[in-house]
Design a binder for this molecule. Sequence first.
Ligand SMILES: *[C@@H]1O[C@H](CO)[C@@H](O)[C@H](O)[C@H]1NC(C)=O
Ligand SMILES: *[C@@H]1O[C@H](CO)[C@@H](O)[C@H](O)[C@H]1NC(C)=O
Ligand SMILES: *[C@@H]1O[C@H](CO)[C@@H](O)[C@H](O)[C@H]1NC(C)=O
Ligand SMILES: *[C@@H]1O[C@H](CO)[C@@H](O)[C@H](O)[C@H]1NC(C)=O
Ligand SMILES: *[C@@H]1O[C@H](CO)[C@@H](O)[C@H](O)[C@H]1NC(C)=O
Ligand SMILES: *[C@@H]1O[C@H](CO)[C@@H](O)[C@H](O)[C@H]1NC(C)=O
Ligand SMILES: *[C@@H]1O[C@H](CO)[C@@H](O)[C@H](O)[C@H]1NC(C)=O
Ligand SMILES: *[C@@H]1O[C@H](CO)[C@@H](O)[C@H](O)[C@H]1NC(C)=O
Ligand SMILES: *[C@@H]1O[C@H](CO)[C@@H](O)[C@H](O)[C@H]1NC(C)=O
Length: 661
Amino acid sequence: MKIIFYILIFALITFFVIPCNANDDDDACARLKNDFKRAKDPNKFSSKYSDVKECFESFPYDKKLAEDTIETLKKTLQGFYVFLSEAREEPKQGFSFEAIDIIKELDSLLLNNYKTDYQFMTDLTNLIERLRDAHLGFSSNCYSHFIYNQQLALYSVINNDKQIIKIFDDKLDSSTIDCEVTQIDGRSPIEVIKEFGDTLRISRDSGVRFNIALSGLKFDDSGKLLRLSDLPSFGLRNQLPEKSSIEYSIKCANDTSKKFTREWNILSPFYNAFNTSKDYWNTFCISNENITATKPIIYKETPKIYNLSESEMIHNSLSTKFFILNDNKTGVVVVQNVGLSDDDTIDQMFEIVNGFDLLENRGVKKLVFDFNWNLGGSIELGFFIVYLLFPEFRPSFDNDMVVTKLSREAFFQATSNSIYDHLVGMSSTPLSSNSSSSENIIRWAAETAYKVISITSIFDIFSYRNPITNEHFHTVEEFIGNNTYIRGGIPTQFTSKFVNRYSERIDKMIELLSGKFFKKYKWKNEDMIILTNGICGSTCSTITQRMSEMYNVSTVAVGGYTDTPLSFASFPGGEVANFDDLMSELNSTGLLQNEALSDLIPPLFRNRVTFTLTIKEGYDVFSQGVLEFEYNPAKYRVYYDESSARDPSILWLKVAKELLT
Ligand SMILES: *[C@@H]1O[C@H](CO)[C@@H](O)[C@H](O)[C@H]1NC(C)=O
Ligand SMILES: *[C@@H]1O[C@H](CO)[C@@H](O)[C@H](O)[C@H]1NC(C)=O
Ligand SMILES: *[C@@H]1O[C@H](CO)[C@@H](O)[C@H](O)[C@H]1NC(C)=O
Ligand SMILES: *[C@@H]1O[C@H](CO)[C@@H](O)[C@H](O)[C@H]1NC(C)=O
Ligand SMILES: *[C@@H]1O[C@H](CO)[C@@H](O)[C@H](O)[C@H]1NC(C)=O
Ligand SMILES: *[C@@H]1O[C@H](CO)[C@@H](O)[C@H](O)[C@H]1NC(C)=O
Ligand SMILES: *[C@@H]1O[C@H](CO)[C@@H](O)[C@H](O)[C@H]1NC(C)=O
Ligand SMILES: *[C@@H]1O[C@H](CO)[C@@H](O)[C@H](O)[C@H]1NC(C)=O
Ligand SMILES: *[C@@H]1O[C@H](CO)[C@@H](O)[C@H](O)[C@H]1NC(C)=O
């Protein structure tokens, strides 16, 4: 299992349809459907805010269903959530979040007299969000099938030493672009955006939450630079906003001021999956294995492509883009996605080696690493990048997991089943018919090696190594050890600290991939700098913290609040597990069949929800603090201006000139 984290909120979730046919003017969900059917141009269509709200609110609160949902959440968190105790601790200086006893809060939700399922589910989602752990998320599929769009994007610049908000882009009225926003709903725009950002779980640092609320640019797979559209922001949301519109007061360059109200444009890719509130409920809200899948509606839009004036792209791959700046001596490596399928991972390793080779061949002396908007992914690929630059490096952070009655049993069961796990059949990777090509042989060997290092079960203790002795664990007792730490005032038992047994030995793979003995690039730590907006999470956080902490690579953060330090990385966590995967893993170890534990085993959800949780934690190498709760501000700070917000190469050049001498 890899460390994979995404919040692809607009990803096309597979969805299901049951046949049913009805129509009712009193049925708001039916109106949503019928309005869409009547629309002449679906690209210009918007559902009515009041209909969406009424449709959501048409499902009455079901106390039993609510109790069952809370029960599953509580049992899962109590069994496996690694930060359950630590979440009760006050934040360290620099962070901003509340200390929460989540189990108590979950219980107290049930004391409320809810009228609608929507109200309950919304409170529940927001409660989980308050832990500000990006790996821990809960949402009801019932209320996340619409996209709410202001059709304008905001950004922040420093103007005469004052931080202001401006309009980045406006699809409906281009004359507002680059006007200053002086008020939002009659209030200070910075305050309003901060307030919105602070409802998100992306980071424990409020400055990073502020950054995600604003607009950003990201390269697509083909290397085009586009406005970010797959993360929630102030102007683009996946949860029903509180009001149907937002009022903006703006001041433009010619000193004219105006005020306008912008309604939310509301669209769903899923109108064809329901006709009435009854089938809406059955399709989106309740688990039902009898429902069959149909295709979502795709809305075609030609996105604006942004241009880079100060750089030339020399290599493009899915995970990493390589550039040379116009100073002819600085290379830029944009690492924005390490969340790839296993099949792509080996390919990407080759691509990354190619990219660095090209930079070296072009005589590049300095490197800017741009890690903006990187939500993590394959830990192997992350380690690979660091290892390539610092081959003497021991890439791992020590990890542990929480020991509870349930997880203890999971370790025993998974380990007793594990004997076969490590007998990886070479035949599972057929040797290519092109075996005459040496690159193909290397590729085959790398793929086979990669299969061997992949962990099959998180709970199989033979997958782990003791970082002190460097030996793998021999017994479950040895792995569990006897380690009770006080976290959030609560004595809590954790496993012995461990590192992955195989996947961190990727030095051998690098030798394979380079096709000869591993060659070392000439760049030193002082030739490199890491640039992020703090939205560098999970694996990205591991890469950057490692480079900065162990190798003294400088860090520079962009954006945030002026004069307040900003984290260069967020949510290092350890490893995330999706509830469904966790349950099927426990099922295959035989744990779910264990009657003696039936009181502790979380029942499956009866409603359709998405639930993920952090299952491992990582430790800081020097302080030995839990990484997730250690505040790491960037050493340097830069801010966007009107041009660099739209052209990152201007920012890269500025960073290279001022900070890489
Ligand atoms: C909605 O109605 C159409 C016919 O009007 C029917 O073909 C379709 O199967 C119905 N969809 C659902 C989800 O009931
Ligand atoms: C000033 O600029 C705004 C926005 O660009 C525009 O709508 C308005 O017509 C301009 N007014 C004058 C007097 O030029
Ligand atoms: C699914 O269909 C089977 C057979 O028709 C039925 O017995 C079962 O109750 C259905 N399940 C649900 C959740 O509707
Ligand atoms: C990028 O350059 C192209 C071609 O010069 C131009 O059409 C396009 O408008 C530019 N994009 C932006 C966002 O300025
Ligand atoms: C970089 O190289 C190009 C082509 O070799 C040359 O035209 C340009 O002037 C150089 N720029 C700098 C800043 O040296
Ligand atoms: C074998 O390699 C050649 C050249 O590298 C390539 O064109 C061909 O598609 C490959 N065939 C197979 C079966 O992979
Ligand atoms: C665990 O450690 C505690 C104190 O460190 C000790 O009292 C206890 O006996 C130990 N338990 C086992 C099973 O070793
Ligand atoms: C990093 O910096 C610290 C203190 O500035 C120093 O002790 C350490 O040796 C440096 N490490 C490397 C790898 O340069
Ligand atoms: C556990 O696995 C069995 C056999 O594969 C399956 O029938 C059952 O539905 C699974 N139970 C859960 C809770 O996933």
